[in-house]
Design a protein around this ligand. Structure first.
Ligand code: IVH
Length: 679
């Protein structure tokens, strides 16, 4: 066998295996992007060696053979797949092929439907005389599985069409996607975990698993939804609303009959507009209620579709423009444990760096011991890494091949930083290093004190703190206020100017309000809101130290747990010594304006802040809004009164504000807004 023939055979075998895992068992073992890469390679080799193209190649077929759990359904009209375009160039190449097939000089006057490609399960639903009679999966495109009872439980699948019985088509096949709304996915996995059941790796997988249940009541308990995007077989009179000549009209008829279609679907002219619209969808892919793995572009006119025809697996009149993958596989090199400021020991995965979701990922948190066990990831495993949008990267799970797995990882019993014991209390999921003197905790405590939400000391990040501790210049947060520029000069990466700047930054932080100092101290369970409440009601650090549990717990928003935690913290001798010194060092330890409430200029108004507003930290801007009776959530909605745009604003908030017609004002006008309440 030639090299090419051997590679082709191997790829076919591997793709067939993945098809079976994906379509047959709803348990994909590799991300879609890796699968696509295999198919692209096979197609390329087959086109170079036409003599090796066989009818049994996965490139000429769709999906996998149906399983034996459900009975078979022969589709009246085959359920085809779509060819892929991985970039705009491939999309243009497709349009050029299409214009040649259609013998058109250009497609400038041709209408296309551009729709999100929903990452769920393709479904064909049959209605006879307006009544729901059958639902079938795609299967191999010709024969699918009968899932009628299960699909009947999905609220967005109508049982009767909302059209007059006399005009209902004799037979109507509605094709679309069953999916699990993204918003429901996390909640479903939480329930699975609570019941000790397997976690789903993504919403698509969860939808597939929910649908292919022997017991329809299980399907009914999962919040699945259906979006229609295509007509299948149709037997209808010429006057039927479904006897249309265009896709746009067919979608309108489907909507009239009671189906949901994707709200973002548009009908536009020419390929340049199509490309722009693809970018539009890509930019918003995380704003939709379903996972979007591409954009489907379809020729709108049915006559043109007929003229274009199809290959054995896909129509020539449509294409899937794939979006960059958000999942990739890589090697989990090892699992390490980091120690936070409270001593919490968090396991994290050290990964062979991989480019995913727009950046290179080399580490990902594994949260706690139970998560490592639930995901069953082991050092040396090939794992799926996911990064949707700009959220934190996540290890989804291992790619489990047949054969032996690497050895299981065990949570260490001693702290990697200080060698002290790591303790997990009964009933808790977290493990702690209990040694308050642990160097790692110390670094984290000081870095937290200096962070933006606390004392906001510019230039004092984790690395710098580590350097100061190693140089024996600081041991606790009070030491910061005794640092002199001369001591800093000469440290690696620290010139005259940066030393002076750091000292100035520390100086400036002396005047941060009491609530920020409280946040900085890192009292367990005490966050920014609780700190604000304590500062304004109790009024000074001295008074807080004196306050007993009853006084602390009487503050609104402070429960017994937080009260207990504050009391324990301030009475701990090591902490008490630090507090004594902070008091002596002239920090602001008294609430400056207790009870001096600002005028409620923003009562009931919702104001979103994006970027940095001059003169305010993020928390201060929010506090200023709240002090005047307004609220400041993290995202823009119809209820938003206005959006304040500071330096380096978030693009998505601005786009959303523009889309919704919400007033936008520059950060420079923030003070005016606070004073007048008018945007
Ligand atoms: S049209 C002949 N439209 O993508 C055209 N498909 O690989 C058939 N999909 O199996 C499909 N969103 O599961 C179409 N708006 C959309 C879609 C869509 C998702 C899925 C569908 C299909 C696969 C194609």
């Amino acid at each position: 066998m030639s090299d090419a023939a051997a590679r082709i055979a191997l790829l076919r075998e591997e793709i067939a295996r993945h098809n079976e895992a994906y379509f047959g068992e709803d348990a994909p073992t590799i991300p879609d992007a890796d699968y696509d890469a295999l198919v692209v390679e096979l197609r390329r080799l087959e086109s170079l060696h036409p003599e090796l193209t066989g009818a049994d190649s996965p490139t000429t077929r769709v999906g996998s053979a149906p399983s034996t759990t459900f009975s078979s359904v022969h589709h009246r009209v085959p359920m085809m797949s779509l060819d892929n375009a991985f970039d705009d160039g491939e999309l243009r190449a497709w349009s050029e092929r299409l214009s040649r097939v259609l013998s058109l000089a250009s497609l400038d006057e041709v209408f296309f439907s551009v729709e999100p490609k929903i990452d769920g399960l393709a479904m064909s639903i049959t209605y006879e005389d307006g009544r729901y009679v059958q639902a079938a999966t795609r299967g191999d495109g010709l024969v699918g599985e009968d899932v009628t009872a299960n699909v009947a439980t999905i609220p967005s699948v109508p049982t009767t069409l909302t059209i007059r019985a006399r005009t209902a088509p004799r037979v109507l096949e509605v094709r679309g996607e069953i999916y699990l709304p993204v918003a429901q996915f996390a909640a479903l996995n939480e329930r699975q975990a609570a019941d000790g059941l397997r976690l789903f790796v993504n919403p698509r997988n969860a939808a597939a698993g929910s649908l292919r249940q022997k017991d329809p009541s299980v399907t009914a308990s999962r919040p699945l939804a259906f979006i229609a995007y295509q007509l299948g077989a149709l037997e209808a009179s010429a006057s039927s609303a479904f006897a249309t000549k265009s896709h746009a009209a067919a979608l309108a008829a489907l909507r009239d009959a009671g189906f949901h279609t994707a709200a973002e679907t548009v009908s536009i002219k020419g390929i340049d507009e199509v490309i722009q619209r693809c970018a539009w969808i890509e930019e918003r892919r995380h704003d939709f209620d379903y996972e979007v793995d591409g954009v489907v572009v379809k020729c709108d006119d049915f006559d043109l579709r007929e003229r274009a025809g199809a290959t054995s697996r896909a129509p020539r009149w449509a294409i899937a423009r794939k979006l960059p993958p958000e999942e990739r596989t890589t090697t989990l090199l090892r699992i390490e444990v980091s120690i936070g400021r409270t001593g919490r020991a968090t396991p994290y995965a050290v990964l062979d760096p991989v480019f995913v979701g727009g950046s290179t990922v080399s580490m990902a948190t594994l949260h706690n011991e139970d998560q490592v066990r639930a995901k069953d990831v082991r050092p040396k495993d090939t794992v799926v890494v996911r990064k949707a949008g700009d959220v934190i990267p996540e290890v989804v799970g291992p790619v489990v091949a047949t054969g032996r797995r690497p050895r299981r990882w065990h949570f260490p019993s001693t702290c990697p930083a200080c060698g002290g014991p790591l303790v997990r209390l009964e009933g808790e999921s977290d493990t702690y290093c209990t040694n308050l003197d642990c160097p790692s905790q110390r670094v984290q405590r000081i870095a937290h004190f200096a962070s933006r939400s606390a004392m906001d000391i510019e230039g004092l990040g984790e690395q710098r703190v580590l350097q100061l501790i190693e140089a024996n210049l600081v041991n606790d947060v009070a030491d910061l206020y005794e640092l002199a520029a001369e001591q800093l000069r000469g440290l690696e990466g620290m010139g005259e100017l940066s030393a002076a700047n750091l000292v100035a930054g520390i100086e400036e932080s002396r005047s941060r309000p009491l609530n920020r100092l409280l946040v900085g101290l890192g009292v367990r369970h005490l966050g920014p809101t609780g700190s604000k409440a304590i500062a304004s009601v109790i009024g000074s650090l001295e008074a807080i130290r004196e306050a007993d549990l009853v006084v602390l717990a009487a503050v609104e928003g402070i429960g017994e747990v937080i009260a207990e935690s504050i009391a324990t913290f301030v009475r701990n001798p090591l902490n008490a010594a630090v507090l004594d010194r902070l008091l002596a060092q002239g920090l602001t330890t008294v609430e400056m304006s207790p009870g001096a409430a600002a005028a409620p200029t923003l009562a009931g108004k919702v104001i979103v802040v994006t970027g940095t507003v001059p003169g305010y930290s993020r928390d201060e801007a929010i506090a200023a809004i709240e002090a005047r009776g307004g609220t400041s959530p993290g995202s823009v909605s119809k209820k938003t009164y206005c959006v304040v745009v500071g330096e380096s604003p978030g693009a998505s908030k601005l786009t959303k504000a523009t889309d919704l017609g919400v007033t936008i004002i520059p950060g420079e006008r923030f003070d005016e807004l606070l004073a007048t309440g008018v945007a």
